[in-house]
Design a protein around this ligand. Structure first.
Ligand SMILES: Cc1cc2nc3c(=O)[nH]c(=O)nc-3n(C[C@H](O)[C@H](O)[C@H](O)COP(=O)(O)OP(=O)(O)OC[C@H]3O[C@@H](n4cnc5c(N)ncnc54)[C@H](O)[C@@H]3O)c2cc1C
Length: 290
């Protein structure tokens, strides 16, 4: 069986940056996954250096164009499990096929459970999971933010400085510290989004309803340790050091899966760091150094 130098799980900004840097270093690489939805469904990116305003689809294409002259294996299947075997990794995809690699980079982004009815239907149609990314779309407009964690408080305070009116649905804890401009909604649970082509309102479990121009949900992603059972996590994120190394030798992680901020620039930088350290790890492995 072919053993690749590096297996990269994820074809988002982190995975593609890792792929480019591993190929520049002449490593054999297999990359898993489909085009990143987080990236391609973003209509306008204004904070990626070098591009004043670019769509996610175009940026994804530009990332891929940069890889045209390199040879690498793409596997569009989902990975179901990564097994650490000592000096290599066995990567099992959804069809139970196994591929081996000396090192592995997890760049799977974040998986968000969809708990409110029609959440999936209205994603990117007036409903977003990232206020830092999309609050500017709602300048002077009416916005509802549903907050489930500490991050949601920061995001609400920041968003209230941009939008016309912000209502915060508190699903986190009592006595939160919000600024005075924010309307607080407590004691009821959001159950359904309604709308035609885009989301228009949110229905609560007591039957009441709130309308807005835009909605944000700020909550944690699902835990990533189902993919690699013994990897150390910190809540919904894989724990890494500044070399993007996890607690497992030869296993690296990069991008949204390692934590905040969930941003393309960070994902690209971490993908590069992970790849360069994977290259160093493989060199040491082949030369029998620790
Ligand atoms: C609506 C929206 C707007 C945004 N706007 C901006 C913006 O303006 N500026 C900005 O900097 N950031 C923005 N972001 C955030 C940005 O898109 C993310 O930070 C970035 O895409 C993270 O890159 P990533 O490579 O870590 O993960 P992702 O882009 O999420 O990619 C994850 C990859 O992993 C693959 N994958 C997952 N699980 C598996 C598996 N089990 N097996 C195989 N493959 C798997 C997926 O197919 C995908 O290829 C926005 C996000 C959203 C949702």
């Amino acid at each position: 069986m072919t053993r690749y130098d590096i297996a990269i799980i994820g074809q988002g900004p982190a995975g593609l940056s890792a792929l480019l840097n591993a190929k520049v270093r002449n490593k054999t690489v297999v990359v898993f996954g489909e085009d990143s939805k987080a990236l391609t469904q973003t209509s306008s990116i204004k904070n990626y250096p070098g591009f004043e305003d670019i769509s996610g689809e175009d940026l994804n294409q530009k990332f891929k164009n940069g890889l045209k002259n390199f040879d690498y294996q793409i596997n569009y299947k989902k990975v179901s499990q990564v097994y650490a075997m000592g000096d290599y990794f066995a990567i099992e995809d959804e069809t139970h096929e196994i591929i081996e690699a000396s090192s592995c980079i997890i760049a799977t982004g974040r998986v968000i459970n969809k708990d409110i009815k029609n959440e999936g239907k209205f994603f990117a149609k007036g409903l977003s999971y990232c206020a830092t990314c999309d609050a500017s779309l709602y300048k002077d407009k009416n916005v509802v933010l549903i907050g489930y964690n500490e991050e949601s408080i920061e995001e609400a305070n920041f968003t209230s400085e941009i939008v016309g009116k912000l209502s915060f649905v508190n699903m986190y804890k009592k006595n939160i510290n919000l600024n005075d401009r924010i309307d607080l909604i407590e004691g009821k649970k959001p159950v359904e989004f309604k709308g035609e082509n885009k989301v228009e309102s949110l229905v609560f479990d007591d039957g009441s309803e709130i309308s807005a121009d835009g909605f944000f949900i700020i909550k944690d992603s699902s835990k990533p340790d189902r993919l690699v059972p013994s990897v150390k996590t910190d809540g919904p994120h894989i724990q890494v050091n500044k070399n993007m190394e996890t607690n497992i030798r030869g296993l690296f992680a990069a991008g949204d899966v390692t934590g905040l901020p969930y941003q393309i620039g960070k994902a690209v930088g971490e993908g590069q760091t992970a790849a360069l350290n994977a290259v160093k790890y493989i060199f040491n492995l082949k030369n029998n150094k620790k």
